[in-house]
Design a protein around this ligand. Structure first.
Ligand SMILES: Nc1ncnc2c1ncn2[C@@H]1O[C@H](COP(=O)(O)OP(=O)(O)O)[C@@H](O)[C@H]1O
Ligand SMILES: [Mg+2]
Length: 296
């Protein structure tokens, strides 16, 4: 392996919260969000990290914050602006960190779907609806929808997020905020997906998070990354079955072929799968942004 993966960070003395993939340090009114190289598949974090995955995801979010030009939490992705408690950690954090405004997180996952897969497809097969939105009969798995739909979910600390209707969202966060979130989420999905399509990537669906700071709604978390969205290679798109995942296909195929039961701790990934997966992440970034990945 030519690159050292970062699976966990520790900056001694700084309050840390570990998400599934990110390590988040509390700097008072700001947060330092570090994307590690942890990877999840089938809802499990795997024991083997993918070197530079966190950097790719950070660069992708960075690209979209700039592209979308919607109010957001990003203050800087230049780590040079802060003094670290442990300077020796700096090289491993470079390129994978964002300094963001800390805000009050709106407790709703703002999911937008342009294609029918995942929990949306499951629900549709049962009752012809997704989150209370009725869809036309006869859609297939991964069919493109006539227009994108907003299908909110609650943020769950453990286990799966729970899909809810728009009416339920209104009960939780109010009508005005719900309508603004729906409109802004659909708008940025449309703009992002149209751009990605022109680069050969279908963003089938995605999840946005929003926060409030001084009464203002801003886009937070990660944006239109392969971790928060389904990325499909456009040239292989064929509805009526599951699509290959742009980034995780090698990992999923390996885990399936290895006979892992998906109910117990997942196995280590072999080096070949790690290398191929790393290359896919870099390819996604380069294809999407026309930039060369700086840590190659
Ligand atoms: N600007 C922000 N202010 C406060 N919390 C944020 C902000 N941006 C993202 N977050 C939160 O930080 C966490 C990101 O870490 P992540 O690894 O994605 O965690 P999770 O396992 O919950 O998805 C999420 O819980 C997200 O809601
Ligand atoms: Mg997350």
């Amino acid at each position: 392996m030519t690159r050292e993966a970062v699976s966990e960070t520790t900056l001694s003395g700084w309050p840390l919260r570990r998400g599934k993939v990110r390590d988040i340090y509390d700097l008072g009114d700001r947060l330092l969000m570090v994307s590690t190289d942890r990877i999840s598949a089938f809802d499990w974090v795997l024991p083997t990290p993918i070197p530079d995955k966190g950097r790719v995801l950070t660069q992708i979010s960075d690209f979209w914050f700039d592209f979308l030009k919607t109010d957001n939490h990003l203050l800087s992705s230049d780590l040079g602006e802060i003094v670290l408690p442990d300077e020796s950690a700096r090289p491993s954090l470079e390129g994978r960190s964002m300094i963001v405004r800390k805000c009050q997180v709106v407790p709703i996952e703002c999911v937008v779907r342009g294609y029918l897969d995942g929990s949306g497809w499951k629900e549709y097969q049962q009752n012809g609806q997704v989150c209370g939105i009725s869809l036309p009969a006869g859609l297939q798995q991964c069919s493109q929808l006539a227009e994108p739909i907003f299908t909110p979910a609650t943020k769950e600390e453990t286990g799966h997020d729970i899909n809810i209707s728009f009416e339920r969202m209104v009960e939780i966060v109010g009508k005005e905020l719900s309508e603004e979130l729906r409109q802004r989420s659909i708008d940025i999905y449309l703009r992002g997906a149209q751009y990605a399509r022109s680069k050969g990537i279908l963003i089938a669906d995605t999840k946005f998070e929003w926060g409030l700071v001084e009464g203002q709604l801003i886009l937070i978390d990660e944006v239109l990354t392969p971790d928060s969205s389904r990325f499909w290679p456009a040239n292989q798109y064929q509805p009526g079955k599951g699509q290959p995942s742009f980034d995780k296909q090698f990992v999923r195929d390996y885990l399936t072929e290895a006979g892992w039961d998906k109910n117990s701790a997942p196995p280590e990934l072999p080096e070949e799968i790690v290398e191929k997966t790393r290359a896919k992440y870099i390819e996604a970034y380069e294809q999407l942004t026309d930039q060369t990945f700086a840590w190659k």
